[in-house]
Design a protein around this ligand. Structure first.
Ligand SMILES: Cc1ncc(COP(=O)(O)O)c(C=O)c1O
Length: 339
């Protein structure tokens, strides 16, 4: 039985072209900052995000942690949506390692506005943590941040002398879905991370981008965390290949996600968040069934899914072709979801 893995866009394997680029990469010791391929990737990332400099980190989690470590740190606060990845899936690293207090805000779809931040900024009292950073995630749950919200958050941050960090793990999905370039998305934040290892299909790595001064500090924190790596050009080559070949094709993932969402809706047994299907992520529930049972039933026909709280999540990715999508849709529409 063919198995279609829709658990995440992180499950993709490097393509032949990507592996060839990795095998042929010129390398050097990146702790000495002597890896030419890594330098090229970091320069490309800085140019794409419109920031002065960029730094390769092993993961999105490490990028977010370093961003908050440097811009907030011990005894400072970060304002963020309660459903953001830094709250739900990073094991409290900002608190455990950076000494930073996360202040969570419940907002629909995890999308903040300046209004949600009003009255939450602290500073000046000797017995209270000082607010330092607003952290936003774009895309969040596959949904692109409304640009008006980001503009409002930027003005709010400036008025209160706060920094804005954008977890842009899937920022290229936002670019492809909206036509708004990554550089413009990034312009509303002081720092941004993006992941090579999600929709872009590289095996490892994220880029943390920001000012020259910020990246100098970030480099030190990366080393402190054990994230200084040596002949990283092999990984950078995969990243450069992904940026050259895998950005525009994200539109295919988005099309496939919509096709699958429409099939789920046609099936009659799923309640789909159609409005939320802006990029490559689909959320749905089966009102008559526990989430685990839905996962088991899907697995039995060859569809691997994931859960996010009490909903089922499917993520289209580089390893799912149009033919695969048609096959997945047929499987979904053929399923009997009664007990
Ligand atoms: C929005 C978001 N941010 C950050 C991360 C962390 O990335 P990594 O798994 O590379 O640490 C993820 C991973 O899925 C994510 O979805």
């Amino acid at each position: 039985m063919r198995v279609f893995d829709l658990r995440s866009d992180t499950i993709t394997k490097p393509t032949k072209g990507m592996r060839e680029a990795m095998a042929g990469a010129e390398v050097g010791d990146d702790v000495y900052r002597e890896d030419p391929t890594m330098t090229a990737l970091e320069n490309r990332a800085a140019a794409l995000t419109g920031k002065e400099r960029a730094l390769f980190v092993s993961s999105g989690c490490m990028g977010n942690l370093i961003a908050l470590f440097v811009q907030a740190g011990r005894g400072k606060e970060v304002l963020t949506a309660s459903s953001s990845h830094i709250i739900g899936h990073e094991i409290g690293s900002m608190a455990a390692i950076a000494g930073t207090l996360p202040i969570t805000i419940d907002v629909p779809r995890g999308i903040l506005s300046a209004h949600d931040l009003e009255g939450r900024v602290k500073g000046g009292a000797y017995d209270a943590a000082t607010t330092a950073v607003i952290a936003v995630e774009n895309t969040i749950g596959g949904v692109c941040y409304p640009i008006e919200n980001l503009k409002g958050i930027r003005s709010f941050a400036d008025a209160h002398h706060l920094n804005v960090h954008m977890d842009g793990a899937r920022i290229f999905n936002a670019q492809v879905a909206t036509g708004i370039p990554v550089k413009e998305w990034a312009s509303w934040a002081d720092t941004i991370t993006f992941c090579l290892s999600k929709g872009l299909g590289a095996p490892i790595g994220s880029l943390l981008c920001g000012s020259e001064v910020f990246i100098r500090e970030a480099l030190t924190v990366r080393k402190m965390l054990g994230g200084g790596m040596r002949q990283t050009g092999i990984l950078a080559a995969a990243g450069l290949y992904a940026l050259d070949h895998h950005i525009e094709r994200l539109a295919d993932d988005h099309r496939h996600a919509r096709m699958i969402a429409e099939s789920l809706e046609r099936s009659g047994w799923a309640q789909v968040d159609m409005e939320g299907v802006e990029t490559n992520i689909i959320f749905f529930t089966v009102p008559t069934m526990e989430t685990q049972e839905v996962l088991d039933r899907l697995k039995a026909v060859g569809i691997l899914a994931n859960t996010e709280g009490s909903v089922v999540r499917l993520v289209t990715n580089l390893d799912i072709s149009l033919d695969d999508t048609l096959a997945i849709c047929a499987l979904i529409e053929g399923m009997e979801m009664t007990r």
